[in-house]
Design a protein around this ligand. Structure first.
Ligand SMILES: *Cc1c(COP(=O)(O)O)cnc(C)c1O
Length: 422
């Protein structure tokens, strides 16, 4: 896509034409000493704070002050069903039915809880496929699940790797692994958008391939939630988990979300770890009932959740609901495409964009490899208040986020990169 033009006036023109440009004003943008906005490209790591978040949290603090325990029922947004206020918007963002989604716990915790249910190895069918460049937490989670079930963690993990000399994963290679070893594989746990390369994988195809070999299929959507449209229900994947502090802007360490496909909603035979929040809401407070698990994703909850964190999530999801994922994706493709165009126009043979150039195979992140660069490059960018992620040995990850980044941000970033490199 090179129907873009060079020059700052063009960037300003694109910002003027941008129908979502007013959302930027709804965020706190960090500033330098002189009051200039940082160029913030790390929404893939920690999204910026919506200005409304403070008000949402303040509401719960006030209700706690005014009502004490009665806030569970009497608060403006009663705490008892608070998580339900988040479900519909969250479900829309990931393309799921409300019964398939709940906000609870944090990401890695949720991966474990979901594996308790969906990783049921037998003596001969016990292996787990992950991407060779899986996020460390996901790798540790599957290794310790294998170990927990009495298997050798190293032998039980099968890596889906890029081909020699390549950076991206090839779906045919997953197919080959499953053809050759499918009988020994119990689970696929794949990052829907790879955190390192930014590659967005074909979830439906992965689910089909896994299911054809009677494997369960789980997706880690940490880098996809609020970034791409995964259509979880239609994809047919069995389960998924994600965090809300990256593209969903809900604050450091905030709660995560899970998806459990409707086909498992009423299966009471699935093993799981439970708590009182897994139990039928009608009889939960009778306290002496035997466990009666709620159908659907809510049945995986254990504890009564932290309302202050949920308030921050509500602030964010209300904004997502307002803008809608279609409009967001439309801008995102244009913004990331513009970024890619400017990088390519540098014509610098040291620079290679690892992320796929096909918009349907990526979210907003571009992973830019700068051969023979070192962390000094990252430092120079940071010193200029351009916030990016550095990954050893030589990759800068940049996420122009459509809710708060501008075309001018992107223009200035590439201009500075050019300066630093020359
Ligand atoms: C960000 C991220 C995590 C972080 O997990 P937490 O449990 O929230 O600390 C895990 N996996 C992936 C793929 C991530 O991108």
């Amino acid at each position: 896509m090179s129907n873009y033009t060079l020059g700052i006036n063009y960037a300003k023109q694109l910002d003027k034409e941008d129908k979502l440009s007013h959302y930027r004003d709804q965020f706190h943008i960090p500033k330098d000493k002189d009051g200039n906005n940082w160029l913030y490209f790390t929404g893939n790591s920690l999204g910026l704070q919506p200005k409304a978040t403070q008000k949402y949290i303040q509401q719960e603090l006030e209700d706690w002050a005014n009502f004490g325990v009665e806030g569970h029922f009497d608060a403006k947004n009663p705490w008892m069903p608070y998580h339900e206020f988040l479900t519909e918007s969250m479900a829309k963002i990931v393309g799921a039915k409300p019964i398939e989604v709940v906000i609870m716990n944090t990401l890695t915790t949720n991966l474990h809880l979901l594996m308790v249910s969906f990783y049921q190895p037998t003596k001969t069918k016990y292996k787990i496929i992950i991407e060779s460049d899986a996020f460390p937490s996901d790798r540790y989670a599957v290794q310790t699940q294998l170990d927990f079930h009495g298997f050798d963690a190293n032998e039980g993990v099968i890596e889906w790797k890029p081909r020699p000399g390549e950076d991206l994963l090839n779906i045919e290679d997953l197919e080959t692994i499953l053809e050759e070893q499918g009988d020994e594989i119990a689970l696929l746990l794949i990052g829907g958008v790879n955190y390192y390369t930014g590659q967005y994988l074909d979830l439906k195809k992965i689910a089909e391939l896994g299911h054809a070999k009677n494997c369960m299929v789980g997706i880690d959507l940490a880098h996809g939630a609020g970034n791409i449209k995964p259509d979880f229900h239609d994809s047919g994947v069995d389960f998924a988990a994600w965090c809300t502090y990256k593209y969903l802007n809900s604050g450091p360490g905030s709660l995560g979300g899970i998806f459990v496909h409707e086909k498992h909603a009423h299966n009471k035979k699935l093993k799981r770890f439970s708590g009182w929040w897994s139990h039928n809401k009608e009889t939960r407070f009778n306290m002496r009932q035997p466990l009666d698990v709620i159908p659907g994703a809510e049945g995986w909850q254990l504890s009564n959740p932290p309302i202050l964190s949920m308030a921050a999530i509500k602030a964010s999801l209300d904004m997502f609901n307002d803008v809608g994922m279609n409009a967001l994706r439309e801008k995102s493709e244009k913004l990331t495409g513009y970024f890619e165009f400017l990088i390519n126009e540098l014509n610098n043979d040291k620079i290679k964009i690892i992320t796929p150039s096909n918009p349907s195979e990526r979210g907003c992140q571009l992973s830019i490899q700068v051969k023979s660069a070192d962390k000094n490059l990252h430092k120079k960018l940071t010193d200029a208040h351009i916030i990016t992620d550095w990954r050893e040995p030589d990759v800068i990850r940049c996420a122009p986020v459509p809710l708060y980044n501008t075309f001018e941000d992107v223009y200035k970033m590439v201009k500075k990169l050019k300066e630093i490199l020359s």
